[in-house]
Ligand binder design. Structure first.
Ligand code: TGC
Length: 392
């Protein structure tokens, strides 16, 4: 037991580290070291200039974080807590990197792994795990966000081929992807299609003017009479269950990832408050600052305990979509609050890119909204509590 006067690790007040296995600690340390060496030195400039460093994708592959929670086909087969810790450390660097890894592993590789044919798995998963091939996921459309059942993209059969028409928006990696997983309405319900880059009728344009997730590629994808052979449809699923099950995987990564951004903000605010002097003493000695730091630490630790618990449920195979909604809502909402509170401790310096706080706060505005808005998750939880659906 630590002495009563001994300072506790301000990033592990609940001693959650003691609950992790040696392998999980190794994953966390390895990803953290990667972020320290390869992301943090350049992230401010990438963010300011709107650059996603494509050259780091192969390094992420070598790190083993692409599709790391999947088994076989070159994937690491890591447990859910290890995957969560990797997401946490990546997002402590920048939400753009965690987004890349989430989209590649959970939204592009997972549907192939879960619903693909053996041939599709062998063709796509090993290069995607290695970072030699980038994937993206097209569900949201310009006019269809929270209600994907209303999507307008259509695929119709023509002989043995499929012909796709439609538009997808807010597609992370869209314009750098080698293969797009596109969800479209068919006569058999919503189905998933693997659209390789270069397919005639497929185009992707980067969305400009974002003030959030600037170190990440967001695109609008157009499918104009895009013809695909039958072997490019995912055979294992029809219906909204397909894309929503992928979103469960990605949302689970966000449960952990958003807390990484929160931790970076909290640690920055703590260190700044200890060094910055006003009225002749450190800002950290003022009661209002300590109250803010304490509240930030409480929410961060509660969020981590919840993430850890959900991770163990996922490993046991009992994690439900409603529980994922609980975690995604809590982590993103509290992380954003922590980022905003940290910003106030940094005063005017908090609005510059000299510190990571405003960048994380801006990123978290997207993370709160994508892969199910906070409101969608509130209503999902509300439905679980009441048995009444607010959606329909
Ligand atoms: P409902 O019509 O009742 O259900 C349809 C079918 O889906 C099943 N289902 C789920 N399955 C797995 N996981 C989940 N989380 C599921 N939620 C529903 C359901 O059982 C049913 O299956 P079946 O076989 O009986 O037909 O739909 P619902 O009322 O359950 O869902 C309504 C609602 C609003 C919760 C759902 O539509 C929803 O989650 N909406 C939010 C969609 C969303 O998150 N969109 C963002 C996508 S991300 C993106 O495109 C941009 S970010 C990605 C990037 O960075 O590239």
């Amino acid at each position: 037991m630590p002495e009563a006067t001994e300072k506790m690790d301000p990033a592990d007040l609940t001693a959650l580290g003691a609950a992790l296995s040696a392998d999980e600690i190794l994953v966390q340390r390895t990803v953290r070291a990667f972020v320290d060496e390869r992301v943090l030195p350049s992230i401010e400039s990438w963010f300011e200039n709107g650059i996603f460093p494509r050259e780091l994708v192969a390094e992420l592959g070598r790190l083993g974080v692409l599709g790391m929670h999947l088994q076989g086909y070159g994937c690491a087969g890591a447990g859910a807590v290890s995957y969560g810790l990797a997401c946490l450390e990546l997002e402590a660097g920048d939400s753009g990197f965690r987004s890349f890894v989430s989209v590649q592993g959970s939204l592009a590789m997972f549907p192939i792994w879960k619903y693909g044919s053996e041939e599709q798995k062998r063709r796509f998963l090993p290069p995607m795990a290695a970072g030699d091939m980038v994937g993206c996921f097209g569900l949201t459309e310009p006019d269809v966000g929270s209600d994907p059942a209303s999507m307008r993209s259509r695929a119709r059969r023509e002989g043995r081929d499929w012909v796709l028409d439609g538009r997808k928006r807010w597609v992370t990696n869209g314009s750098i992807a080698d293969v797009a997983v596109i969800w479209a309405q068919t006569e058999e319900g919503i189905r998933g299609f693997l659209v390789p880059r270069g397919t005639r009728g497929f185009s992707a344009a980067e969305i400009r003017g974002k003030l959030s997730l600037r170190a990440s590629v967001s695109s609008e994808v157009t499918l104009d009479s895009c013809r695909l052979p039958d072997e490019n449809v995912l055979p294992g699923v029809a219906g909204l269950r397909g894309p929503l099950s992928c979103l469960n995987e990605a949302r689970y990564g966000i449960v952990w990832g958003a807390l990484g951004a929160a931790r970076a903000c909290y640690e920055t605010a703590l260190s700044y408050a200890l060094k910055r002097e006003q009225f002749g003493k450190p800002v950290a000695s003022f009661q209002l600052t300590q109250a803010k730091l304490a509240d930030m630490a409480v929410e961060l630790e509660k969020g981590l305990l919840l993430a850890y618990h959900l991770g163990r449920l996922k490993e046991a195979g009992t994690l439900t979509p409603d529980q994922v909604s609980l975690g995604k809502l809590n982590s993103t909402r509290e992380a954003l609050d922590i980022a905003r509170s940290a910003r106030t401790i940094l005063g005017a310096n908090g609005v510059t890119l000299d510190y990571p706080v405003i960048r994380h706060a801006a990123n978290l505005e997207s993370v709160l909204t994508y892969e199910g808005t906070a409101e969608v998750h509130q209503l999902t939880i509300g439905r679980a509590l009441t048995g009444l659906s607010a959606f329909n």
